[in-house]
Each structure stands twice: as C-alpha cells, then as structure tokens.
Write a protein that binds this ligand. Structure first.
Ligand code: PMP
Length: 365
C-alpha cells in the first residue's frame, strides 16, 4: 500500500465514521428513531416501482420535480418563498457541503468555522485542498460576534461554515450573526453557509436563516432529510441559495449525481411531510424532558435546538460511554473533553438510557 501515489495529506489516514455496532439502543448518530409510516412506505414503494421501469434512462439531471417539492416544503416550514431554481439537492447534505467547497474553496483558499463543530467539515476541506481554520466558541458554545468578525478579517475565508443548530453542541446562532458575517465579507465575496441539518427541531422563536436569503446573495442554507424526515438511509440533502450559487454547484456536480430512485423516494417523503412534523414535535418534547432529567441529576446540559443533547462533565467520559455500551446503550464520545452526546430516541429508548446512566454513574464512573 505504501507504494501507492496517495496524496501526502491522505497518507496514513484511516476512513472515519461513527461505529456501527449491533446494540439494542442506538443513540449515537442523531437519527430519527421513528421509521417511516406504512403510508409513506407504500407511496415510496410505488414511486420506486415507477422509477425502476425507467432505469434504462439516466435520471433527470436537474431533479426538477424534487427541487420544486423541496421549495414548496421550505415555504410551508419556514414561510420563505423560493423558486425551485434556488434549491439544490444531492446525496445527503454531506455531498452538498463537499460541492460548496469544490466550487468556492480549493487550493490557496480558506474555510472558517467555529469550534467545537461538525467533525466532517475538516474532512471536506482536506478533500478539496481547502485550508481549514477554526475560531473558538465561548464556554457556553455560543459564537461571539466580535470574535467571529475578527476571525473573518484575519483569515479572509472564501467560505464560512456555521452549523445552526450546531453539532455536537445543539446551539443555534442568532440571525444577527449570519447577517453580520455576510455584510462584513462584501470585499472578499465570502460564501456564508448556515448548516441547518437540525433546523426543524429548533425551539419556538428561533428563526431559520432561510428568512435572510432575500438580499443576501452569498448566503447558503443547507438542510437534510436525514433527521426531521427520518430518511437518513435515503441520502438526500439540499441547499437553498441565490440562483447564482446554485449554478456554481451545478458546475461541480457529477453527471446525473442523484439517482432516479433517490429522487422518487425523496419526492414521496415530501408528500408525507405533515405527518412527519408530528413526530418532530414529539422528539422536541422528549429532548426537553431528557434535558430536564439530566440537569436534575446535577449534570450540565448544553441548550439544544436539535434532536440530541451534549451533557457532562465527566472526569472519565470514556468510562461512562463504555459503561452505557456494556448496558446496551450506544451514545457518542464526541465534542470537548468531559462531554458526551446522546441522540433523542423513543420514550422507551430514553428510559433505557436514563436507567443505564443512573447505573453507570452510581458505579462511580
Ligand atoms: N450537518 C450536520 C451538522 C450534521 O450533524 C450532519 C449529520 N450528522 C450532516 C450535516 C450530514 O447529514 P446528511 O449527509 O445525512 O444529510
């Protein structure tokens, strides 16, 4: 293997991903615990059958029906009216993010974010030969506006990535930060990306950055069907932006990147968005109950607008993580030292997690 002409920055690096273990309670990758309804299963199966009948042909390269459906969904969800040409779709928001860096990053360019944040961003940066830079968040994981503007002035990034709600902390940023990042980067024409993978779980009164798209032509808001839509296995992420930004992403996408089967199941899921929203409300309530319970045990919990909670602090977080795993509950050892992240599951999964954590902490971990 050492004979291969692999790029220097990839040499010796192992493929990364959260462990996929066969455990009774999986609360480690922020999935939605509720499987698709039988009504959606039937609708998606019929749509797939239809798509398969045409698989001798390449799919619609522009995914026109799907993008129109996503625009209509965003209008219902956030009240923001967008043309289908302002929406872009790809295989998960991971792929959208890679395309953003392919189009706007690259050698000699900088992508800036605020740490701790989503662990995949530096990988997209590495893979597109973009320099990766972070500025620290405050102790409570919020982003200080002045420090953010200073980091932008220092590093002159071509892309700024702000996850809101942020992974792994659950923290949402105020729109004022997004507006000011955009306005402060007029000279460098920086693309400001707000990653709203968890937006549907935001608490009442937390606005979506979609409302800033009009008048902010370098703003990109990314979303996914992996979380609120309970569709992680379908791999469908999307972005809303100006048509100019979408046109740049169209330049770097692979030919026919979104299969006809993916387009068909994603459009079927959109037809069931209303029933999925009831599950989202349930998960938000479950999150708030779990946060309250964790705090009642004396633990710290970061305020979360997402479907997961970052909690701590533990002197030996690995021992707590392992103790939970030994009891059949898989969570994630991620984020700043001393903290752990748990995804919000069904009420039964929450009960299994709280019982296991009580036992582990009682054991003195
Ligand atoms: N952004 C954030 C902040 C995430 O946490 C995730 C998934 N864990 C993604 C993007 C990617 O999601 P997907 O590729 O499944 O759309």
């Amino acid at each position: 293997m050492s004979e291969l002409p692999i790029r220097d920055e990839l040499r010796g690096i192992q493929a990364y991903g959260a462990p996929q273990l066969d455990v009774p309670v999986c609360l480690n990758v922020n999935e939605n615990p509720f499987p698709p309804s039988e009504a959606l299963v039937a609708d998606a199966a019929a749509a797939v059958a239809d798509a398969v009948r045409g698989l001798n042909r390449y799919p619609d390269r522009e995914a026109s029906e799907l993008r129109a459906g996503l625009a209509a969904y965003l209008e219902r969800e956030s009240g923001v009216s967008l043309r289908p040409e302002q929406v872009w779709a790809a295989n998960g928001s991971n792929e959208v993010m890679l395309q953003i860096l392919q189009a706007f990053g690259g050698p000699g360019r900088v992508a800036l974010s605020f740490a701790p944040t989503y662990s995949m961003y530096p990988e997209y940066a590495r893979d597109t030969a973009t320099t990766w830079v972070t500025a620290p968040r405050r102790e409570d994981f919020t982003v200080d506006v002045d420090a953010a503007l200073e980091a932008v002035a220092t590093h002159r990034p071509s892309v700024v990535l702000v996850a809101s709600p942020n992974n792994p902390t659950g923290t949402a940023v105020p729109l004022d930060l997004v507006r000011r990042l955009h306005d402060a980067t007029e000279a460098t024409r920086t693309v400001v990306v707000v990653d709203e993978a968890y937006a549907e779980f935001r608490r009442d009164g937390t606005p979506s950055a979609l409302s800033l798209l009009a008048g902010h032509p370098r703003l990109v808001v990314t979303r996914t069907m992996s979380k609120a839509f309970a569709f992680a296995g379908a791999r469908l992420g999307y972005a809303a932006a100006s048509e100019e930004v979408v046109d740049a992403l169209r330049v770097v996408r692979l030919p026919y990147h979104l299969s006809a089967v993916t387009q068909a199941v994603a459009s079927a899921a959109l037809r069931h968005a209303d029933e999925l929203q009831a599950r989202v409300r349930q998960l938000r309530d479950e999150r708030d109950r779990l946060a309250e319970w964790l705090r009642s045990t004396g633990l710290e919990v970061a305020d979360s607008d997402a479907n997961f909670l970052l909690f701590g602090r533990f002197s030996d977080r690995h021992a707590v993580w392992q103790g939970l795993l030994d009891r059949g509950v898989l969570i994630r050892e991620t984020g700043p030292d001393g903290w752990l992240r748990v995804s919000v599951g069904t009420p039964d999964e929450t009960a299994a997690f709280t019982a296991a954590l009580t036992a582990v902490v009682g054991d003195g971990a």
